[in-house]
Design a protein around this ligand. Structure first.
Ligand SMILES: [Zn+2]
Length: 198
């Protein structure tokens, strides 16, 4: 009789601990997908149903709104009235210089050394091969050159790292990186020098 009861007790314990484990696993999963705070939402740009995905101005508008609310005032939209953000249909090999090492987009002297102008070209074929979060990352990278005059970072976690980010990153990785970028708080930060700076 004693043996029989102890067997039931052990079984009960086992099933309770199972339930507990399942519960805590569920809680962890929910915590993992919770999005960290950003003062703008990226849902529109990351919506695969968005029929306007090739409209590059959306990325500029998002970036401007993001910087404005993250910093509490800086308005790059006002500072940069001349916008030239366009698709390139040439191949990377046909564009002599200024293309990022993975050949997706570039900003030029006429943009980053002109405080009132944004000049960013995006290679259309390579662009279409990237997912929506990578595209957001790429555009922020080019705006980082153009309006912040950032040089590249050596940290792959930074938006200013010279290669576009991995396809499997999540939105929180992007938000953390863009916050460091907008707040000028990534290590080893360097600026492009322009003739007017000297
Ligand atoms: Zn770059």
């Amino acid at each position: 009789m004693i043996n029989k009861y102890s067997f039931i007790f052990i079984l009960l314990l086992f099933s309770i601990s199972c339930t507990k484990n399942q519960l805590s696993n569920q809680t962890i999963l929910e915590e993992e997908v919770e999005q960290i705070f950003s003062c703008v939402s990226y849902d529109d740009l990351l919506d695969s149903q968005n029929t306007d995905q090739d409209n590059l101005m959306q990325y500029w508008d998002k970036f401007v709104a993001d910087v404005k609310c993250t910093t509490g005032g800086t308005d790059f939209g006002e500072r940069n009235p001349i916008l030239n953000i366009f698709f390139e249909y040439r191949s990377a090999a046909q564009i002599a210089s200024g293309v990022t090492p993975d050949h997706i987009a570039y900003s030029t002297y006429s943009g980053y050394c002109n405080d009132s102008r944004v000049n960013v070209g995006v290679l259309y074929n390579e662009w279409t091969e990237k997912n929506l979060l990578q595209r957001l990352w790429i555009m922020y990278h080019e705006f980082g050159h153009d309006v912040y005059k950032y040089e590249h970072s050596s940290n792959p976690a930074d938006i200013m790292f010279p290669s576009s980010t991995r396809s499997d990153i999540d939105i929180n990785t992007f938000i953390e990186a863009k916050d460091r970028m907008i707040n000028r708080s990534f290590p080893g930060i360097r600026y492009i020098s322009c003739p007017s700076d000297s």
